[in-house]
Design a protein around this ligand. Structure first.
Ligand code: G3H
Ligand code: ZN
Length: 289
């Protein structure tokens, strides 16, 4: 299977009324698990590396991305690579050469006019480099600098403002604040599906949901049916990874070979990916049926 681009996967998903899951990776084990889980449910998938994960790797995006590219090229399903939550233009400028087909430029904490100007400049640069560019309007909570609550006044994306924002910036996809929040370790959030439908009607580009770890399967499926195309998941993999490692080490306090507990972590993450991709794929089946 050849490497896919995020733009192609999203265009096709949008046309077919389907959702596409995008999983954040940190280590090579994450990539192996994401590919294995997507293969098990025969779903295309986006592998995404955040600016924070690049910082974890000492500011170097290329080593772990090179491994992700090789694994993506060998996958039995279509896999695209996306650079996530980029605030640093210098990092964005490395994206195409490192092998990413898309990036999310995150000016979400800036005042509206500054967000428009910074995102427009990022779009112009990205399109010149052949990259598909996602940006965010509104505030998905749970990240430093953003409001803590997904329900605080003024945090949700306004459809009229989103329409103007998309036209002025020329973004290819828009991340919206509709009730989800980053870094949730329980699946207890609920979305404003009426707002998603109004945003879909107002905005000509595909909509993206951040903080999807906090949503139960039913909400993920309804999100797709309401008009979300790309669903970002990170924390659910951390929960699976860390839970498996903790269980291994609690079972055997003398265990020192990392291959043993990392294999358990990888299997747990693959199970999460398989379960979530299958759940989201059912959204399209529900609609067809
Ligand atoms: O961009 C990444 C996502 O929004 C991940 O959010 O870690 O809450 O699933 P999450
Ligand atoms: Zn996010």
């Amino acid at each position: 299977m050849t490497l896919a681009t995020t733009g192609d996967l999203m265009r096709r998903a949008a046309a077919g009324g389907r959702g596409i899951l995008a999983f954040n990776f940190v280590t090579v084990e994450h990539v192996e698990a994401i590919v294995a889980g997507a293969e098990a449910s025969r779903s295309p998938v986006v592998l995404q590396l955040s600016q924070n994960a690049v910082a974890y790797h000492g500011g170097r995006a290329r080593p772990v991305t090179a491994a992700a590219l090789v694994l993506a090229e060998a996958a039995a399903v279509e896999v695209a690579l996306h650079l996530d939550h980029v605030e640093d233009m210098d990092l964005l400028r490395q994206a195409a050469d490192a092998g990413f087909s898309s990036a999310m430029f995150d000016a979400g904490t800036l005042p509206y006019e500054d967000n428009v100007a910074a995102t427009r400049a990022a779009v112009v640069w990205a399109h010149g480099a052949g990259l598909w560019l996602e940006a965010e309007l509104g505030h998905v909570g749970g990240k430093p600098g953003a409001p803590a609550s997904a329900h605080a006044a003024g945090v949700r994306t306004d459809p009229a403002e989103a329409s103007e924002y998309a036209a002025r910036t020329g973004v290819d996809a828009l991340a919206v604040a509709v009730g989800s929040s980053h870094a949730m370790t329980t699946r207890s959030a609920s979305l404003d599906h009426g707002l998603i439908a109004r945003l879909r009607a107002a905005v000509p580009v595909p909509l993206v949901l951040h903080g999807s770890s906090g949503l139960p399967d039913t909400e993920l499926r309804r999100a797709v049916q309401s008009g979300i195309v790309k669903l970002n998941v990170g924390t659910a993999l951390s929960v699976a990874f860390t839970g498996a490692v903790r269980a291994c080490l609690e079972r055997d306090a003398a265990m020192v070979d990392p291959r043993r507990y990392l294999a358990a972590a990888r299997d747990a993450m693959a199970g999460t990916v398989r379960q979530l991709t299958a759940a989201v794929d059912e959204a399209a089946m529900d609609e067809d049926g």
